[in-house]
Design a protein around this ligand. Structure first.
Ligand SMILES: [Zn+2]
Ligand SMILES: [Zn+2]
Length: 319
């Protein structure tokens, strides 16, 4: 779900492209032009996100230059400790659930796919997720609940993911969602066939070895390599990073020298997602566009840019 907006950054390439277009007087955005030859997969969007209408989602994704979008549903709405008595229903952002995402993806089959989700500790959670996997869901997500990451319920979901050969995407947020980040390596070892995607504040804060205060959600300044996230990505072939949201963009922009090295080292592990709820789809108001621009600015080569924006997702989701 949405986190914070970051300041506007327009890449030189985008600036040049925009200038060229304005000279021609063409009423088409730079990102649209690039997507014509260079497809982008967005692995992290939501339906009904903060009340955003469906037609606005469609124009938002087109404006960003996205060719394929994966919609991540919420679980059912319940008042349990795992939803913080309902606070986390709708992924804490009015996001819609499995059936709505399936229907939307079916109606826009060329451009959209969908995931399957459920509150992990409600009765029948695994059955509900499996029902949507059998109907075409390609990921279990977004797992964003107040549960231990190695609880019996979460392990049942990991086992289901292994059986259906789909990734699991988790929102890591200290003392709020998916507890026990420091123990997660045990799950990576226990479920080697499941590809896990890390997302959100605690995931991205821990790229830094000196990230001592886990309560800081958007740490700024220089990054020391070797943080827990850096190690999980380096040490476990089944751990991947979802670059979406304000936390992903912050991780790329807080120390760009580190980010260049980080991207180079983990070029087969990082995957673009937007997770922005704005209604614009470009420029300063749109964090997803900012993240695309940051990736283009920080990659060592065009080939690596294509991996992050397209190739790695295509491979993981078998698109
Ligand atoms: Zn999230
Ligand atoms: Zn946006």
């Amino acid at each position: 779900m949405t986190e914070v907006e970051s300041p506007s950054v327009i890449s030189r390439r985008e600036f040049v492209a925009r200038s060229a277009l304005s000279i021609c007087g063409a009423a088409i955005s730079a990102s649209n032009v690039e997507s014509a030859t260079e497809p982008i997969i967005d692995i992290h969007q939501h339906l009904g996100y903060s009340g955003r209408p469906d037609d606005v989602l469609l124009t938002h994704q087109r404006a960003m230059g996205i060719s394929t979008t994966i919609l991540l549903p919420a679980g059912r709405s319940v008042n349990t400790p795992s939803t913080h008595d309902g606070v986390s229903n709708g992924l804490q952002a009015q996001c819609l659930g499995n059936e709505a995402c399936r229907q939307f993806a079916k109606a826009h089959a060329k451009d959209f796919r969908f995931g399957a989700n459920e509150v992990p500790d409600v009765d029948g959670a695994v059955q509900e997720i499996e029902r949507y996997l059998k109907r075409g869901a390609i990921v279990i997500a977004e797992q964003k609940f107040g549960v231990e990451c190695d609880s019996r319920e979460m392990q049942a979901i990991y086992a289901l993911a292994a059986e259906h050969r789909v990734p699991v995407l988790m929102h890591w947020q200290y003392q709020m969602y998916n507890y026990g980040f420091e123990r997660f390596h045990r799950m990576l070892e226990k479920f080697p066939k499941v590809n896990f995607l890390g997302h959100a504040q605690t995931w991205w804060g821990n790229i830094d070895k000196n990230n001592v205060d886990q309560s800081v959600m958007y740490p700024k300044g220089p990054v020391a390599p070797g943080g827990l996230t850096d190690r999980y990505l380096g040490d476990y072939p089944n751990m991947f990073g979802d670059l979406s949201a304000g936390s992903g963009l912050n991780a790329l922009t807080r120390d760009e020298d580190f980010a260049r090295d980080f991207i180079t080292r983990h070029q087969d592990k990082l995957i673009y997602g937007s997770d922005c709820s704005d209604r614009v789809g470009s420029g300063a108001a749109c964090q997803g566009s900012q993240t695309i621009a940051a990736i283009r600015r920080l990659v060592p080569s065009k080939a690596v840019e294509r991996k992050l924006l397209y190739g790695n997702a295509k491979k993981m989701f078998r698109l």
